[in-house]
Design a binder for this molecule. Structure first.
Ligand code: FE
Length: 140
């Protein structure tokens, strides 16, 4: 991963759409089945909508039936950070972009082989980059 991208809350609000800002910077969750990457199978890489950090490869996307894009593993071990999320009366593992600390979703231990993990990610937190295109890394 490249250097961290640290921006003020005001700067994030200027750069992101209201939907991106609510999810990435304030831990929002998009409604199930409405995200733009539900059911898509296009080859390529999913990058952070906030900073462009590569997060997931399309080949590791699977149909979880949950209504959110789901992946079995990140593109690299250092692409994501995790932390315990005890909101909503549950203990879940929150997944954040390791570069900009943007909220992406959660990871659950009920995914398919080989990892057994299900990364349940908001579509609005990601952009899809087709294979052969440069990854748009955002800088301060
Ligand atoms: Fe990011």
């Amino acid at each position: 991963m490249t250097d961290k991208l640290i921006l003020s809350d005001d700067e994030w609000q200027k750069r992101l759409t209201p939907e991106e800002y609510a999810v990435l910077r304030h831990h929002g969750t998009e409604r199930p089945w409405v995200g733009c990457f539900v059911g898509t199978k296009d080859p390529g890489t999913y990058v952070c909508a906030g900073c462009g950090n590569p997060l997931f490869r399309a080949g590791e996307k699977f149909e979880s039936g949950t209504g959110w894009p789901s992946f079995t593993r990140p593109v690299a071990a250092d692409a994501l950070t995790e932390r315990v999320d005890r909101t909503l009366g549950m203990s879940r593992t929150e997944v954040l972009c390791a570069r900009c600390d943007g909220h992406l979703g959660h990871v659950f231990p009920d995914g398919p082989a080989p990892t057994g993990l299900r990364y349940c990610i908001n579509s609005v937190s990601m952009r899809h980059v087709p294979d052969g295109y440069a990854l748009p890394l955002v800088t301060a």
